[in-house]
Design a protein around this ligand. Structure first.
Ligand code: C2E
Ligand code: CA
Ligand code: CA
Length: 831
């Protein structure tokens, strides 16, 4: 404390208190509490000023300070009374001899009267201690001190007036004793102490000056030094007293604040206090704590806080319990530590804050802290997280959760060195059709059912997610390629079984592409890319199957991507072409029709076959404009070739699924003026794999326009015969692979013979494709095939005029065709 800086103030205050305490008190008490912000407020001598009644703190505090000052004096009252009484009686005994009896008695009565009043006050104080005191109380104390000191000041005066040396000495000792005793007794009320001192000192000095003694200055100096010592010690005692008072009251205030906060905590529904002793046992248990913990006081007292944290049998809770144990063991404070607690069989979560407790000697005596039940908050958070990670339609995980989980699972495998992780990408085959034909609610229902089936087989084996649309993904560990393939096949199988939606059956199916970490080095992105390539490949090679990623697919895919770009460019720049291939009447050898085949001359690669780029066009969404363009071109050119009875145009399955197919075709016919009766559309059975009920209608609509329908590549699919019975075709085209079977010795004819017979039986015309040899022509004619197509008659040619002139040599010399003559067509189903 830099007190030296304040010495002037200190002296000033002391002087004022000595010379005119009454006025000082009056002035200070008048000083409005509104102006209590005094310059000394923040100075280190604040308690000193307070001791002298300066309002450097709130009046409320001042009142308590004054009460403490006065109480301290009152507490010493019995001692003071006893001292006064003993001194007074001694003086009476001595004074009888010299001082007039009346004066002695009067004086004694005065002393006794004052002491009696003091006793009364003390009694009153004892009954009801004073908590607060106004400035008036201090003024009254000063008044009492003045009166009592004045009474005692009579002693040296009387001794000087009436006594001799003996009385003088007795009175001197008594006066000095009273100065000191009173000064110390009144020390906590410095104004009173100073007044006491001032009265007795000035009277004492006056007596010494007037007394007939040698060298009175010596005694006066001595008396003055005593007085100064007393002034100093009174000032410092009172200062110390108020300092202590302030410190104590601050402590008390802080305590009050803490207990207020504690009460607040206890009053809040979710919070409670917890405490442990040095041994870690739970102690000082509140009712709330016991209620929240679902355990009796007795049970809790026998437990450690860590026992509570380990009561919940969940990995996450065990983890939290370990963290708590570590904190408690290392005696370090913690906050917001979430622990799981089993409360009567229910999973509850608490957030704990705690700090170690030490006693005055610094010995550790346990932990204390606050707990709050955060179960509901956690549940709400979990729900939010779940919503963010869940696909709202199917209830399974969504893409973002799946990708996060994939990263985690990959990291785990990288750490363990295990590389059995396998990623499956699943695409539904005919989802779009369900959506388009039966509406979105049916599509949604389908997705839910699919998710359910996938979940049922993936549980415990893989994590599963819907990526959006009709795409799903699964990720799990599979020890071998075979096991992974088996799971992928299972996915395909469960999707293949029909789905029942709104009393209708839907055949959907799924295609799966998968890849294994052990075959790749990689990141989640790599796995995704590879599985995607495998999926792409699987779709391209027939859907409804599962394919593992292989390195060579990568190159293929890259090539395909390039081709896709080039194709788009070529189509947009009119670089595609069409060629016509003759189809001859097996009876006359006359070209009666022509198949239109699209051509692409790639600037670098040369001729790229349609069997290569048509699937690319399908995948790139190019097939509809491309198909329409081919049709348009075919019709325009064929319109100029009256020799051709008909022209055959290929339709891809994707084109056939286009809901606007019929409209597109009729538009082309209208625009080109080409009669529908001269148009043949060739479709393959892949069209029906994707059918969901609209194929029949479409076929009928086309037939209503006079268009004829041929089932292309007959015999290469699985169910050609089935479709033959189910749909209303006009012709079939026997695939080249059957024609190839025909040997020079007429072997391999059985199947073709059966097909022709069957087709004729239901009134269908038969065309054989890929006829290259004379003996094939002969055999097919003998078997009654209606039309023939192949290099034997001509390769595809850009000019349709040139194809009509086919090899006719010795045609008449051949064995006659057994094909039915101008047979009247009968429609399937009439048989
Ligand atoms: P496709 O409909 O079976 O067409 C017959 C294919 O066999 C043609 O191949 C044709 O050039 C070939 N071919 C004809 N006669 C013989 C023969 O004697 N020997 C041999 N080895 N081949 C012969 P191309 O032109 O490569 O067409 C392949 C496939 O591409 C076609 O098979 C058809 O499915 C598809 N395609 C061709 N043009 C179009 C088109 O404009 N639209 C659609 N959607 N598909 C088309
Ligand atoms: Ca064809
Ligand atoms: Ca064909």
């Amino acid at each position: 404390m830099r007190l030296a800086a304040h010495w002037k103030t200190i002296l000033q205050v002391i002087l004022l208190a000595i010379l005119n305490p009454a006025r000082q008190i009056w002035r200070l008490s008048r000083r409005s509490t509104r102006r209590k912000v005094l310059p000394y407020r923040k100075t280190p001598i604040r308690p000193f000023l307070m001791a002298f009644g300066y309002p450097v703190v709130d009046e409320a505090v001042m009142r308590r300070v004054r009460a403490a000052q006065v109480s301290n004096v009152l507490r010493l009252t019995p001692l003071m009374i006893a001292g006064n009484l003993i001194n007074a009686m001694a003086l009476v005994a001595v004074g009888f001899a010299a001082v007039p009896i009346g004066l002695v008695l009067a004086w004694f009565l005065a002393v006794a009267g004052i002491l009696f009043q003091m006793a009364l006050q003390w009694r009153k104080f004892n009954r009801r201690p004073i908590e607060q005191a106004s400035a008036k109380v201090i003024a009254r104390a000063v008044r009492h001190a003045t009166i009592l000191s004045a009474v005692w000041a009579v002693v040296p005066v009387a001794a000087l007036s009436f006594g001799d040396v003996f009385e003088f000495w007795v009175s001197s000792i008594v006066t000095i004793g009273m100065i000191c005793g009173g000064g110390f007794a009144l020390a906590t009320v410095p104004q009173a102490a100073f007044r006491w001192l001032l009265v007795l000192y000035s009277v004492g000095v006056a007596c010494l000056v007037t007394a007939d003694i040698p060298q009175p200055w010596v005694l006066i100096t001595l008396l003055t030094s005593f007085a100064l010592i007393i002034i100093g010690s009174v000032a410092s005692t009172s200062w110390l007293f108020t300092s202590n008072f302030l410190a104590e009251s601050e402590l008390r205030q802080r305590g009050d604040l803490i207990s207020l906060m504690m009460n607040e905590i206890e009053e809040k529904d979710s919070d409670w206090l917890w405490e442990t002793n040095a041994l870690g046992r739970i102690s000082n248990i509140s009712i709330r704590f016991s209620t929240v913990a679902g355990r009796s006081f007795k049970e809790l007292r026998a437990m450690q806080i860590t026992d509570l944290a380990s009561s919940l049998n969940l990995p996450e809770a065990h983890c939290a319990a370990e963290t708590l144990s570590a904190a408690i063991e290392s005696k370090s404070a913690f906050r917001a530590l979430e622990i799981g607690v089993d409360v009567k069989g229910e999973e509850r979560w608490w957030s704990l804050a705690g700090a170690p407790l030490y006693d005055d000697q610094g010995t550790f005596c346990g932990f204390r802290g606050v707990g709050s039940d955060i179960t509901d908050v956690r549940r709400a958070n979990a729900l939010i997280t779940q919503l963010a990670e869940q696909d709202s339609l199917t209830g399974i995980a969504n893409r973002s959760w799946f990708l996060n989980r994939s990263e985690e699972m990959l990291a785990e495998q990288m750490k363990s060195g295990d590389k059995s992780l396998t990623l499956f990408l699943i695409d539904l085959d005919n989802f779009k059709v369900v959506n388009d034909t039966s509406g979105h609610p049916a599509g949604d229902e389908l997705l839910k059912q699919v998710a359910k089936r996938f979940t049922s087989i993936s549980e415990g084996r893989t994590v599963l997610a819907r990526f959006g649309g009709d795409e799903f993904a699964a990720l799990g560990s599979f020890a071998s390629d075979e096991e992974a393939q088996a799971f992928a096949d299972e996915l395909v199988q469960v999707a293949r079984k029909p789905f029942s939606i709104c009393h209708r059956e839907f055949a959907v199916g799924a295609t799966v592409g998968f890849t294994r970490l052990c075959n790749a080095n990689g990141t989640v992105d790599d796995l995704m890319r590879e599985a995607d390539i495998a999926l792409y490949k699987a779709k391209e090679t027939g859907r409804g199957r599962a394919l593992a990623f292989a390195e060579e697919m990568q190159l293929e895919v890259r090539e395909r991507r390039e081709l896709e770009t080039d194709l788009r460019e070529a189509f947009e720049n009119g670089k595609l072409d069409v060629e016509f291939q003759p189809i001859v009447d097996a009876r006359s050898g006359k070209v009666i029709s022509s198949e239109v085949l699209v051509r692409w001359q790639h600037p670098q690669r040369g001729d790229v076959g349609p069997d290569v780029f048509i699937p690319i066009a399908e995948h790139a969404g190019l097939i509809l404009p491309l198909g329409a363009w081919v049709l348009d071109k075919a019709c325009r050119i064929a319109a100029r070739c009256p020799d051709l009875e008909t022209v055959a145009v290929n339709l891809s399955a994707v084109q056939f699924m286009d809901p606007n197919l019929v409209e597109t075709i009729s538009d082309v016919l209208m625009e080109t003026g080409f009669p529908g009766e001269r148009l043949v559309l060739e479709i393959t059975e892949s069209v029906f794999l994707k059918d969901v009920g609209s194929a029949s209608d479409k076929l009928q609509q086309l037939k209503d326009m006079g268009i004829r329908i041929a089932l292309d590549d007959f015999g290469t699919g699985y169910s050609s015969l089935l479709y033959l019975r189910q749909y209303n075709f006009d012709k079939i085209k026997i695939d080249k692979s059957f024609v190839d079977e025909i040997g020079e010795q007429s072997e391999g004819l059985a199947i073709i013979s059966a097909i022709i017979a069957l087709a004729h039986n239901i009134g269908l015309e038969v065309t054989a494709e890929g006829v290259e040899r004379q003996f094939q022509v002969d055999a097919l004619r003998t078997l009654g095939c209606d039309n023939l197509q192949g290099y034997y008659f001509g390769r595809p040619n850009a000019d349709p005029m040139k194809i009509t002139a086919v090899r006719k040599e010795a045609w008449e010399d051949r064995a006659p065709s057994t094909a039915p003559g101008n047979r009247k067509r009968v429609t399937a189903g009439q048989d």
